[in-house]
Design a protein around this ligand. Sequence first.
Ligand code: 0O2
Length: 205
Amino acid sequence: MMLARDINDWKNLILMNRFALKEIDTKLNILNEEFQFIHLHNPIEYIKSRVKTPESIIEKLKRKGYEPTIQNAKEYIYDIAGIRIICSFVSDIYLIYDLIQNQSDVKVIEVKDYIRNPKPNGYQSLHLIVEIPVFLSDRIEEAKVEIQIRTIAMDFWASLEHKIFYKFNKAVPGYITKQLKECADVITHLDNKMLFIKDELEQYK
Ligand code: 0O2
């Protein structure tokens, strides 16, 4: 049975991660608005965010072979706070990445580029783990946030693939996996074409 103190610790962990998401969300909205003001172009279409529940943190800790403790959650689970940034163009993804890197109080501690190196199933996204300070009344706490940056087309693919993966209880039939990979290739082609058109339009500005 969980002690009242443990329950409080879990609540505190979730709260801290909610605060971290708010900090990142505000930063991103400021960058987006400022960019729109200066360059008449908004690199971010929309943002989605979520905080993992204690149940799903515990499940992930067990899956990774760790004791389901608060300490291990803080040490080994980097995506308790997760934010997904959806852009129109692939170039915007790397622009956002640069803007995040240039924030002096944000430390990028891990980068996984599944756009330059897509997963074998076709999954594409740029993943960052960042650490940001959360300013509390009596202290500053560092919190980690997982940031996934992708295009609208990549997001369309990833949400369908995610649904299929769980629908088949992770055992997706081969012919569907093949179709999904083909869709991912079409998406790469589409994103490249859209970027080409955007770059062409720049010349007419
Ligand atoms: P959810 O429910 O979206 O949070 P990790 O297990 O995070 O320590 P991993 O798997 O190497 O280590 O991390 P990675 O590769 O950065 O991927 C983490 C997240 O990316 C996943 O979180 C998904 O959100 C997304 N993702 C990664 N691969 C795929 C994929 O093939 N298809 C789809 N649709 N999403 C993917 P979670 O915790 O698995 O799920």
